[in-house]
Design a protein around this ligand. Structure first.
Ligand SMILES: [Zn+2]
Ligand SMILES: [Zn+2]
Length: 295
């Protein structure tokens, strides 16, 4: 896996790259606009130029976006659904300006209308957004969720259903969050549990659809349905679980992005990145088979 963290764009979108490079990120996730507002302004030539300069100066393996937190495609018709669709269309256009490959999106919450109705709304919303951004190369990576309240996406089957019904599944991808998996009831603490969770994605969506991972520990218990991220090894998943996760050879080149609590000097990110890298087993450190060891 290629490691990095979510970085603030405070002071300008290029600042996220500068900050990420400063602490040794190979991948960076950023918000393309204020994540608590419906609409932002488009980037001017100066923003784009500074961003392009920064991108060229650093050797990131992947830079991608996370959509704003107000967007909910799962709700019934109404002003907030219309705003959600307009907001997502704008984010795809902003991501296109920056050349991002994909934007991570929480599928949405049905707000009491039921799973089936929520999924129908999400599919119709995505279809509308993809029609309005026909030529944009940006994909929408659906993220698995903890399943708080009426949020969909805590079962991989929800994501599979969305994939099965949208008009343009090639515009979709998947982002898997380790904390959300655990909080939703997928026990990633053993290699078998991890393989079972990934196995669901393989069966219901397809392994090649996985575009990124969010590497977060969880403050809450297995199946809590409550989303609280913790630093790697500081939560209920525990450090050892991340060993089989980061060494999964199927994802050797995938982005693995931290979204863990941090302060302004980013020292927690530095620590978490170093923990993740210390868990990576190179050919040399990989356990030798018993027969060889006995010699
Ligand atoms: Zn997210
Ligand atoms: Zn979360």
């Amino acid at each position: 896996m290629k490691f990095g963290a979510h970085m603030s764009t405070g002071g300008g979108v290029w600042k996220a790259l500068e900050r990420g490079a400063g602490i040794g990120c190979e991948v960076v996730q950023l918000f393309v606009k204020n994540n608590m507002q419906w609409l932002g302004r488009s980037y001017g030539p100066d923003d784009i130029a500074r961003y392009a300069n920064e991108l060229a100066a650093e050797k990131f393996s992947c830079v991608f976006g996370h959509t704003g937190y107000l967007i909910n495609l799962g709700a019934a018709a109404g002003p907030n659904r219309d705003r959600s669709i307009q907001s997502l269309i704008q984010e795809i256009n902003l991501a296109t300006q920056l050349g991002l490959r994909f934007l991570v999106l929480h599928p949405g919450a049905h707000l009491g209308a039921g799973d089936e109705s929520g999924i129908t709304q999400i599919v119709a919303g995505l279809d509308e957004v993809f029609r309005a951004t026909k030529d944009a190369p940006v994909r929408i990576a659906l993220e698995n969720t903890a399943g708080q309240g009426s949020c969909l996406g805590h079962r991989i089957a929800h994501i599979g259903a969305i994939y099965g019904r949208v008009e343009r599944p090639e515009r979709l991808g998947v982002c898997l969050d380790t904390a959300h998996f655990f909080e939703a009831g997928y026990d990633l603490r053993t290699p078998q549990g991890w393989d079972a969770a990934i196995g669901e994605v393989e069966t219901m969506v397809g392994l090649k659809e996985i575009l990124a991972f969010h590497l977060n520990d969880s403050k809450t218990d297995l199946a809590s349905r409550v989303d609280r991220h913790a630093g790697i090894g500081q939560g209920k998943i525990g450090k050892e679980a991340f060993r089989h996760i980061v060494n999964d050879e199927r994802f050797a080149n995938h982005p693995g992005c931290l979204e863990t609590p941090k302060s302004a000097d980013l020292h927690e990110d530095v620590e978490n990145l170093s923990i993740l890298r210390s868990l990576v087993e190179t050919m040399k450190t990989k356990r030798e088979p018993a027969a060889v060891r006995r010699k």
